[in-house]
Design a protein around this ligand. Structure first.
Ligand SMILES: [Zn+2]
Length: 307
């Protein structure tokens, strides 16, 4: 979508779904210098903004929640999950750092009752866990019959999962992208979930909101979230799969209109700036002319009346 820049006036740069507001300042770089990743208002990254949109899409299924669990929480995701107003919010992690968690626990041995969790969010954890099958079975165990898990892992398309829990830290960094990753998932991730008793559907930002809105919402087009339900069969009919949804087409139309309006506004501002510059040039010429005339009058005066 066309953006309006270079104006001394603030122009809306995008919409942040995490803080729920139009953003007129430029989005800041994110981890590894990723451009325009961080919302200048709330500090959210692309995945937090996508999570917020996903939670919105799933809201009919997320009413009257009993227990919501987040594994390895972040400050930004915590805010989004708190808004769901669940009766119980539990955050878990294997170790503690500056983030506040309710309990230390491993994903392969969750301190939660069978069928007790209505929503479980687990982003970028499974690639750290040596026995990820056990972790997936634990997720299947704790989810309630209506429960949903939102999972995110690093994945490569067109290849099988590559893993080696015994690899040295240097080798892990080289092969899996981080010293504490034990694998890089491939096309079989969905099958692994199914083997653990979890039905899943992949959701990407373009499939959920359309291509134009991906840029407007500052999302990553290639991000994938797995929306997971316990059991076999087809998961949520509310979410589109790989194909575009009516919602995406609607966003495209609205944003095309907005782009036209912004373009018109930019042209009007350019015109106003040109008129101001023209006025300033005329003023300067007028001032120069007045000075020249004043000097001429003075010279003539000197000739007539020696001063
Ligand atoms: Zn924000």
């Amino acid at each position: 979508m066309r953006e309006v820049t270079g104006s001394r006036h603030d122009v809306v740069k995008g919409y942040c779904a995490a803080c729920g507001a139009m953003v007129s300042r430029r989005f800041r770089p994110g981890p590894n210098g990723r451009p325009e990743a961080t919302c200048p208002r709330c500090g959210s990254l692309e995945r937090h903004r996508f999570l917020s949109l996903l939670l919105g899409s799933l809201s009919p299924e997320l009413r009257d929640l009993d227990t919501v669990v987040e594994i390895a929480p972040s400050r930004q995701s915590k805010v989004l999950l708190d808004r769901l107003d669940a009766r119980r919010r539990i955050s878990l992690d294997v170790g503690h750092d500056s983030r506040d968690v309710d309990a230390l626990a491993c994903l392969t041995n969750l301190p939660l009752r069978d069928g007790s969790v209505d929503l479980l969010v687990c982003y970028h954890v499974l690639e750290h866990v040596p026995d990820d099958g056990a972790a997936m079975r634990e997720i299947a165990r704790v989810l309630s019959p209506r429960g949903i898990a939102l999972l995110e892992v690093p994945i490569k398309v067109g290849v099988a999962t590559e893993e080696d829990p015994s690899a040295s830290p240097e080798e892990r960094l080289r092969r899996f992208g981080q010293v504490d990753h034990v694998r890089w998932y491939g096309d079989d991730f969905d099958t692994r979930l199914a083997d653990a008793g979890l039905a899943s559907v992949r959701v990407t930002p373009p499939a959920l909101v359309g291509e134009s809105a991906v840029r407007w919402f500052r999302l990553m087009p290639h991000e994938v979230v797995w929306v997971v339900h316990p059991g076999q069969g087809s998961p949520s009919p509310l979410l589109p799969g790989d194909t575009g949804a009516g919602l995406g087409a609607a966003f495209d139309a609205v944003l095309a209109d907005l782009a036209t309006a912004q373009g018109r506004l930019a042209r009007e501002r350019d015109r106003a700036a040109r008129l101001v510059a023209q006025r300033d040039r005329l003023r300067a010429r007028l001032a120069a002319e007045q000075a020249r005339r004043a000097a001429g009058v003075l010279t003539r005066l000197r000739r007539v009346v020696p001063l």
